[in-house]
Design a protein around this ligand. Structure first.
Ligand code: ZN
Length: 202
């Protein structure tokens, strides 16, 4: 039982493609995948499988459907902005964290529209559309506040008025948190279409 000699090589995690194991893992690659909030899983690739996967990853970003990604991403931005606005209407509170939800939604939509592909162009599209969604949501919220506070104003703020109001909101609010939430929102969008990357085992 306890004193059985170790005749088998210790299994340090097999290649996720071919199942081969190696004691040293020299020349091996891995990819860290997020599973849940703080749970990461390392997926291992032996040298020969890593080369194949590397090529697949390159091809993946090459034939991505950029138009589809932009189209669905734009829809995500509109829905995100509207959802954020609705949340403000129902709760009477502007949750900064909701901005992150907008970013996440846009990223998901870009990924889906691109045919589950990733790449730099899609990352740029994700960032631009997420920002558009955030500013759109911001506009709806501020426009609503303006209608509430200005006697007789029922229309829409023009760009200059919006910027003026927005500055007011920032000055009287907590601009640092806005920056944080916006940054996290953009990362949430961009991260979802970030090309997969294999890293060499240390
Ligand atoms: Zn392998």
């Amino acid at each position: 039982m306890g004193d059985t000699p170790l005749s088998v090589t210790p299994k340090l995690g097999a290649c996720s493609v071919c199942g081969r194991t190696s004691e040293t893992k020299s020349g091996w690659f891995f990819r860290r995948e997020k599973r849940g909030r703080r749970n990461f899983v390392d997926i291992d690739y032996c040298p020969s499988c890593a080369a194949k996967v590397q090529t697949e990853i390159q091809e993946q970003s090459r034939d991505a459907n950029l138009q589809g990604g932009i189209l669905l991403g734009a829809l995500g931005a509109v829905l995100g902005a509207a959802g954020w606005y609705a949340l403000v209407l129902f709760t009477n509170t502007k949750f900064g964290i909701a901005a992150v939800g907008v970013g996440w939604l846009v990223g998901r939509a870009v990924l889906l529209g691109a045919g589950n592909k990733r790449g730099t162009a899609l990352q740029v599209a994700g960032a631009v559309l997420a920002l558009a969604g955030l500013i759109g949501g911001e506009y709806l919220i501020i426009n609503h506040a303006a209608q509430q506070s200005i006697e007789g104003f029922t229309g829409w703020l023009n760009a200059t008025q919006f910027v003026t109001f927005y500055k007011e909101v920032l000055v009287h609010g907590n601009p640092l948190w806005d920056v944080v939430f916006y940054a996290v929102a953009l990362m949430a969008a961009v991260g979802q279409v970030r090309p997969l990357k294999l890293r060499p085992r240390p």
